[in-house]
Design a protein around this ligand. Structure first.
Ligand code: CP
Ligand code: NVA
Length: 313
């Protein structure tokens, strides 16, 4: 039965990547393998029978909505989809009150919003697990999917080099948390004005982060090259300025040639061909963007199962 307080052990949220320990991330990734394999065999996996997921979208989405919604139904549960405009959030109901009410009625909440503080406020008044479906600061479900995808193609990510080309945005900061947790190196190259903020990153373990002025140099030896839109949601007013600033940070075949021969290319999507990546790269042989997108479904099923039921092995 769904009574919104059934999580075994203490209430857990996934508001940023570092909310999970390394061991828990590895558990979720292992579970993802099992859940994905069952899905491919059309074998039912319904551990969340009778559970309800509420999704709150304050920004647009295709992948996040479809993957959470399909995933919850596939696990035997049901889903409620809310947006700012069709809920009282759009008429200034405090986020804390929304959290108190919604979390008495459902078993898990996914939120896509603007400031990280907003999802933190929600979580601190929620009786049930809250999952970050993207904020201005982080996109942890995407990085979970990206790492699963990398492991699917290349076995292990520990000790590898991941190169981030472009805006030091929510994706880049989440990659950094993952690198620190899982033991790989993150190379970052961004134009002046769009680089990682030292105040935000604080102290990082030695060998985890290397920053580069030149994106080609950042790609040297990389096992994975990844990028994202030049203008994230919420920053549209800066579109023209960003287009000029990022012109040399477009991932093309020449840039990919600096990476390891068998380097993969990822992009969380949606992509703008001809801006942050060329069609030749994103539609080329090194690109795994469609696996990456599909894996959102599988990792989030494993994540919801973990947050609601704990470890099952
Ligand atoms: N990558 C991603 O989160 O896509 P959507 O914005 O379509 O959800
Ligand atoms: N950095 C992008 C990711 C979109 C999935 C954004 O925040 O808009």
């Amino acid at each position: 039965m769904s009574h919104a307080v059934q999580t075994p052990g203490p209430l857990r949220h996934f508001l940023q990547f570092s909310d999970l320990t390394k061991d828990e991330v590895l558990y979720v990734l292992n579970r993802t393998r099992l859940i994905k394999d069952k899905f491919k065999r059309y074998e039912p996996h319904r551990p969340l029978h009778d559970r309800t997921l509420a999704m709150v979208f304050e920004k647009a989405s295709t992948r996040t909505r479809v993957s959470f919604e399909a995933g919850m139904y596939q696990m035997g549960g049901s889903v409620i989809h809310l947006t700012t405009t069709d809920s009282q959030l759009g008429r200034s109901e405090p986020i804390e009150d929304t959290a108190r009410v919604v979390s008495r009625m459902v078993d898990v909440v996914m939120i896509r919003t603007f400031e990280q503080t907003r999802i933190e406020q929600f979580a601190s008044h929620s009786r049930v697990p809250v999952i970050n479906g993207l904020t201005n600061e982080f996109h942890p479900c995407q990085i979970l999917a990206d790492i699963f995808t990398f492991i699917e193609h290349r076995q292990d990510i520990a000790g590898k080099i991941v190169t981030w080309v472009g805006d030091a945005n929510n994706m880049a900061y989440t990659w950094l948390q993952a690198a620190e947790l899982l033991g790989f190196t993150l190379h970052v190259s961004a134009p002046v004005g769009y680089r990682l903020d030292p105040a935000r990153i604080g102290s990082v373990k030695p060998g985890v982060l290397k920053e580069f002025t030149d994106p080609n140099a950042a790609c040297q030896g990389a096992h994975l090259v990844t990028t994202d839109v030049w203008t994230s949601m919420g920053y549209e007013a800066e579109n023209e300025t960003r287009r000029a600033a990022f012109a040399d940070w477009s991932v093309d075949e020449d840039m990919m040639a600096h990476a390891a021969k068998d380097a993969l290319f990822m992009h969380c999507l949606p992509a703008h061909r001809g801006e942050e990546v060329t069609g030749e790269v994103i539609d080329g042989p090194q690109s795994v963007v469609w696996d990456e997108a599909e894996n959102r479904l599988h990792v989030q099923k494993a994540l919801m199962e973990f947050l609601l039921l704990g470890r099952l092995d």
